[in-house]
Design a protein around this ligand. Structure first.
Ligand code: HEM
Length: 400
């Protein structure tokens, strides 16, 4: 097979930034349609919107393709053989197995109750207002409750929740402008120092819990399974960040879809279809160290790769009429690897996949106990970082 460099879009970095910032997801979709599956948007920045190539890059992450940033957008050692990566992979294996066990069953009963209470509050008011803030609070609290167990007082979770909110607030300008500053300059900015202080406070609070794990929670399970303190704190910080905005955005898109389409079918198909059209993690990042080949493409050394599930999920070969919301397309669906990536893929796929899917399926069941109508003016997809609905408002009533 002959190997070629990516198609060149020939944009200057300034043009790229300007076009991209105007409408990020739209820009990515247009670039994919105009230039094809692999395009070098500006020197060293390559967009991948083909599932097969994306799958290969994700599969070879930690080896040929690197995750050179952590969730706080700091440079990390991400190659096999590096202590930081090896201990991370051990911690994530242990967390994955803990989150597929009995812990989640009790959690879902609690989650159903909390979401029902929220819907009841909205039904009493007759409408939601912006559903994002309460959904963000619930997502954060849900994961923290799993971490510390049901027996830990609510104010402990609220304290942690405030620290997670501070850290994400501080990281937001950094992640939003991730193309602007090279990290070695970013280190010296006031915003980075603010994020460092916020991370330090969350680290310290989680470290205290790791040193004296409360009974019945994920932290105690991971501790008992022998995950050492530092990697445990690191993955807890990452998972608390990951379980705040992203699951809340998925829930908000779900509310929107149920209000607009009132689908009646299998809840898991509804969840799959919502995450296909509105993958909250709509863009993933990888980097090359050396020159690498994937399929017919040769990626330059030192490239920043952008992988877009948002574009990949609109591939007509796998999803005919891709812009249409059709949960029934998932009945008996058999897709090639890489065609559907809401939770990523390869060795760094989402640790919370099982938990998140179970929560979302529970959410469909709760939402269906209410009658909802979309009373938003215009709903747009905010894509500054996580893709979430902006401008969403629903009327809500009890069905009984
Ligand atoms: C609808 C909900 C969720 C979606 C759509 C989602 C999506 C994703 C995606 C796409 C990635 C991979 C990013 C990449 O490869 O660059 C990821 C990573 C991750 N997610 Fe989730 N996630 C969700 C919920 C959660 C929850 C509830 C947790 C809590 C445990 C979680 C923890 C993580 C962690 C720790 C990682 C980093 C894994 C690593 O780097 O090894 N996620 N998530």
């Amino acid at each position: 097979m002959s190997v070629a460099p990516p198609v060149q879009a020939g944009l200057s970095r300034a043009d790229l930034l300007e076009d991209y910032d105007r409408d990020r997801a739209g820009f990515v979709l247009r670039a994919a349609r105009r230039y094809g599956p692999v395009v070098e948007l500006s020197p060293g920045t390559v967009l991948i919107s083909d599932g097969e190539i994306a799958h290969d890059v994700l599969r070879r992450t930690n080896r040929d393709f690197l995750m050179d940033r952590d969730r706080a957008w700091r440079p990390t050692d991400s190659r096999r053989g590096e202590d930081a990566l090896d201990s991370w992979m051990h911690a994530r294996r242990t967390m994955l197995s803990a989150l597929s066990g009995g812990l989640v069953e009790e959690h879902l009963r609690w989650y159903d109750g909390e979401l029902t209470t929220l819907m009841d509050t909205w039904a009493t008011a007759g409408r939601t207002g912006d559903p994002m803030p309460p959904l963000v609070h619930l997502s954060t609290d849900a994961f923290l409750r799993l971490c510390v167990g049901p027996g830990t007082a609510r104010h402990t979770r609220d304290g942690l929740s405030a620290l997670v909110a501070d850290l994400l607030g501080a990281l937001n300008p950094i992640v939003r402008s991730s193309f602007e500053l090279p990290w070695f300059l970013d280190r010296f900015t006031a915003r980075r120092r603010r994020a460092d202080r916020a991370q330090h406070r969350l680290d310290a609070a989680l470290r205290a819990l790791v040193n004296r794990p409360p009974d019945g929670g994920l932290i105690a399970i991971l501790r008992d399974a022998g995950v050492p303190t530092d990697p445990l704190v690191r993955i807890l910080v990452s998972a608390t960040i990951a379980s705040r905005l992203v699951p809340a955005a998925a829930n908000a898109w779900l509310l929107h879809a149920l209000a607009v389409h009132a689908p009646t079918g299998d809840p898991s198909h509804i969840v799959d279809e919502v995450l296909r059209l509105r993958p909250p993690t709509w863009l993933m990042h990888r980097a090359t160290h050396a020159e690498e080949v994937s399929g017919p493409w040769r990626f330059p050394a030192g490239a920043a790769l952008m992988i877009s599930p948002y574009a990949i999920h609109r591939d007509e070969r796998h999803f005919p009429d891709p812009e249409t919301f059709r949960p029934d397309r998932w009945a008996g669906a058999r897709l090639p690897a890489g065609a559907y990536l809401p939770f990523g893929g390869g060795p760094r796929w989402c640790v919370g996949t099982h938990l998140a899917k179970a929560q979302l399926t529970t959410a469909v069941e709760v939402f269906r106990r209410f009658r909802m109508e979309d009373v938003s003016g215009v709903v747009t997809a905010d894509t500054d970082s996580t893709m979430y609905p902006r401008g969403l408002a629903l009327s809500v009533a009890r069905t009984d």
